[in-house]
Write a new protein. Structure first.
Length: 414
């Protein structure tokens, strides 16, 4: 289906706005967090000395328990891109990592727009991309040397590939998913969740359709991705013991003192965080989740014209999976954890807004339809301004080095 010209122009404007908004505060970061300093040091060594330096990095990490609270050398994927940016720009500090984050955050907005067009509806593409462009969390990650913007793009890319597999089932897509999954595993341990949700969805769809060979293909793809990641770790570390123990050390350190103090609280604190940093997105995503879960009922189906309902189901599955995980698993209440689900979250919000607008178009007169469309547009613009101001007031002005629930609520006095 050909994309209407107004939609194309709107998406181009949104993408340009996302580039501008992410560039506004790239150069006013005064301090880097301990994680950022670790990534920067490892990337500079890789850029200057090559892959051979990783054997010593693994050995040092494995031998020093005091370093286990910092990013492990197993997080090689982001560091590789970080080092590539250093080589390309000649910069050897955190700005190169921030440039990498900026790039992949912009790419995530573009991919959300494309997914909205291909699997949902042009209106969903516009709404989701606009909300993603002004996202508090995305803006906070795009100016930092963390791995989360890269990891978020990986999570969204795997979700996109799963949607394509459900639609076309080309074998080459499994190879692409294998590569994306392996790179994601090499970027952050939380990929076990993001990749696992995607694989579980694909396997579930295959079982639902009684396609047992596809179930085997999905399982084989996941196993092959893990095998590739382990092979890379072993090659970098020099032996399997050091590599696998480094993975174990990094995983155990997630429950450290900092996480217990700043990333803990009652389960409802995390959904509340999503509300205070992006009220419209949170409310629309909740509505979108309700719509997707009710798609089997004709009264809802008649009001929702989207290209692929399985894609909507996957977006809901990934979003609810991450929100549940962050809410109920101890010490994980920080906004960065949502990065692999940020695109799905925005698409789900787009579905919610499109559903409400569809009801208005079917139930109201022509003038009222235009008024409803204008109201949605003004609401998204107001939400974007609100979310961007919240980001500047909370993150930029405070010099916040993390995006924990405790820290954000403290600054916002909420």
């Amino acid at each position: 289906m050909k994309t209407p010209l107004p939609t194309t122009l709107g998406l181009v404007a949104i993408l340009l706005a996302s580039i501008l908004l992410r560039a506004q505060h790239m150069t006013d970061v005064l301090t880097r967090s301990p994680d950022e300093r670790t990534y920067t040091a490892n990337a500079a060594l890789l850029a200057d000395e090559g892959f051979g330096v990783y054997r010593q990095l693994f050995a040092n990490y494995d031998a020093r328990p005091d370093q286990w609270i910092y990013p492990s050398p197993t997080r090689f994927g982001h560091v590789l891109l970080f080092a590539g940016m250093m080589r390309a720009t000649g910069v050897r500090d955190g700005r190169a990592g921030a440039a990498t984050s900026w790039l992949f955050s912009v790419l995530s907005v573009a991919l959300v727009a494309w997914m909205g067009l291909r699997f949902f509806h042009p209106a969903v593409a516009l709404f989701a991309a606009a909300l993603m462009a002004c996202s508090f969390g995305e803006l906070g990650m795009a100016r930092r040397a963390w791995q989360d913007a890269t990891f978020g793009f990986c999570g969204l890319l795997m979700t996109y590939l799963a949607c394509e597999i459900c639609r076309s089932r080309r074998k080459g897509l499994y190879v692409a998913l294998l590569a994306a999954g392996a790179f994601s595993l090499l970027t952050k341990e939380m990929s076990v969740l993001s990749y696992g949700l995607v694989l579980l969805w694909l396997a579930g769809m295959a079982v639902w359709e009684s396609r047992w060979r596809r179930v085997f293909g999905v399982v084989a793809t996941g196993a092959a991705s893990l095998a590739v990641a382990v092979a890379v770790w072993v090659a970098l570390a020099g032996d399997a013991r050091t590599a696998l123990e480094s993975v174990e050390h990094s995983t155990r350190s997630a429950a450290g003192q900092w996480a217990q103090q700043y990333c803990s609280g009652p389960w409802y604190q995390f959904p509340y965080l999503l509300w205070i940093v992006g009220p419209l997105t949170a409310a629309a995503a909740l509505a979108g989740a309700g719509v997707v879960l009710s798609l089997g009922q004709s009264k809802f189906s008649n009001h929702l014209a989207i290209a692929d309902r399985r894609a909507a189901g996957l977006a809901a599955f990934v979003t609810l999976g991450f929100v549940s995980f962050a809410s109920f698993v101890p010490h994980l209440q920080y906004l960065r954890i949502m990065s692999p689900a940020a695109g799905s979250y925005s698409l789900l919000a787009g579905v919610g807004l499109w559903f409400l607008l569809s009801i208005a178009h079917r139930s109201l007169g022509r003038f009222a339809q235009y008024a409803a469309a204008l109201a949605v547009g003004v609401g998204i613009l107001a939400a974007g301004i609100h979310d961007y101001r919240s980001f500047t007031n909370v993150v930029v002005r405070s010099g916040m080095e993390e995006l924990s629930v405790f820290g954000i609520r403290l600054v916002m006095n909420r």
